[in-house]
Design a protein around this ligand. Structure first.
Ligand SMILES: Cc1ncc(COP(=O)(O)O)c(C=O)c1O
Length: 402
């Protein structure tokens, strides 16, 4: 296959405004229908218009999360959902196990310490992920653990948890709560709340849901709900029983919601329901694999441990001589493709491509072409033809399986 010719585009060109390809691990590209849904006539949040919108959104969310309790929606980013999972059940002196192999695990650990609880860290190197046996050992050594926090996809490195179901079974056997910080892969990787014995899923609108940023989504088990009503914490904005009571009484939120985002979320949920969750998981799997195989075929070195690779965040080491700033800024200005850099010690050493949301053949092939061409321009001899060939083979799989 011949390389694609990518039009050199720039926001300062005479061609008007164009949509860049946002290949970040969030926010992700938002389908036009979802953006358009926000251009709705204004409504009040204490009206029957909002109640019926919220009823619809919650009903659809309950199907997608595969849960028994109504989902809770906060007008906030994903961090608020994660924080709510901590502040609503943990107290001073409680023990909580947490996976730590990058920035987001470290943040959860800090948030646990912040309420005076003790984080028991399951640590792995950056690019690797703790194992199920690490969790088994920690639970045996700490039978009084109140909750297990799993960052299901460590977005900062591109490593994911491949034993979430087993963790749910194990944690519930020990009588603890299983909390998933699934901010960057709920909707992309399978995690049915009920079947996996998960007690709390935290995610948000701008990742795999492919809506604009601004809503934090929470799904809880009946066990978690009973606990927060039995032992309600003195909280204000993140007081989950308050959200639940308000919804039960009025189908509204206790505080003013970001109304346009509810219209967007409603549409984004429709798209998810139309596609079907199993198809979404397959699509994310094939698109992720297409990226990994293509980057290797191009002659690049993938970052991290192969067995724990994320399906949605593809981390790639920079070849010698390629500078992060030059690479990512020219990728954006010359090719209109936006990717992320490394975190912490890995700033300048790797780039990360987000392959989530409505990611499809167009996004994958265009991104690979742009990256290959840009690397060549910067002096790295990228084998773009093989990269596109191997990506195309993986993508053909999507069409044949769906
Ligand atoms: C795993 C994980 N947790 C939490 C967050 C924080 O989400 P937000 O920036 O929406 O607050 C992120 C953001 O990328 C994430 O990837």
């Amino acid at each position: 296959m011949n390389s694609f010719t990518i039009l050199k585009m720039s926001t300062h060109s005479n061609f008007g405004t164009f949509q860049k390809l946002i290949m970040l691990p969030g926010p992700t590209n938002v389908p036009i229908e979802v953006t358009e849904a926000m251009i709705s006539p204004s409504i009040g949040h204490r009206t029957s218009d909002f109640s019926s919108l919220m009823d619809k959104v919650v009903r659809k969310g309950n199907i997608l999360f595969e849960c028994d309790e109504n989902i809770v929606i906060l007008t906030a980013s994903g961090t608020a959902a994660v924080e709510a999972s901590i502040t609503n059940i943990l107290r001073k002196g409680d023990k909580a196990i947490v996976t730590v192999c990058g920035e987001f695990g470290s943040r959860v650990s800090e948030q646990i310490s912040g309420v005076g609880a003790s984080p028991i860290q399951l640590i792995a190197d950056y690019g690797d992920y703790p194992s199920l046996s690490d969790l088994e050992r920690a639970l045996e050594t700490n039978p009084d653990t109140k909750a297990v926090y799993i960052v299901t996809n460590e977005t900062s490195s591109g490593a994911m948890c491949h034993w979430l179901k087993e963790a749910g079974d194990l944690t519930s056997k020990h009588g603890a709560f299983l909390i998933a910080d699934a901010v960057s892969n709920w909707g992309a990787d399978k995690m049915p709340l009920r079947d996996y014995n998960i007690d709390f899923i935290a995610t948000c609108s701008q990742k795999s849901i492919a809506a604009p940023p601004g809503l934090a989504l929470i799904s809880i088990s009946t066990k978690y709900k009973d606990q927060i009503f039995k032992d309600t914490q003195k909280l204000h904005f993140l007081n989950l029983p308050r959200y639940i009571n308000f919804f039960d009484k009025k189908s509204q939120t206790p505080f003013t919601p970001a109304l346009p985002l509810y219209f967007a979320l409603d549409k984004a949920f429709d798209l998810m329901l139309d596609e079907g969750m199993d198809n979404r998981y397959l699509r994310h799997g094939y698109c992720g694999k297409a990226f990994y195989d293509a980057f290797e075929a191009m002659g690049l070195k993938l970052f991290g441990v192969q067995e724990v690779r994320s399906n949605t965040v593809i981390s790639v080491a920079y070849p010698d001589g390629i500078k992060d700033k030059d690479f990512r800024s020219s990728l954006e200005t010359q090719y209109g493709v936006v990717v992320a850099g490394g975190f912490g010690d890995y700033v300048g050493k790797l780039f990360r491509v987000g392959s989530l949301g409505m990611v499809n053949q167009y996004h994958v092939l265009t991104t690979i072409s742009a990256i290959g061409n840009n690397l060549r321009r910067l002096g790295f001899n990228a084998n773009l033809d093989s990269a596109l060939d191997v990506a195309m083979k993986n993508l053909t799989n999507i069409r044949s399986k769906l």
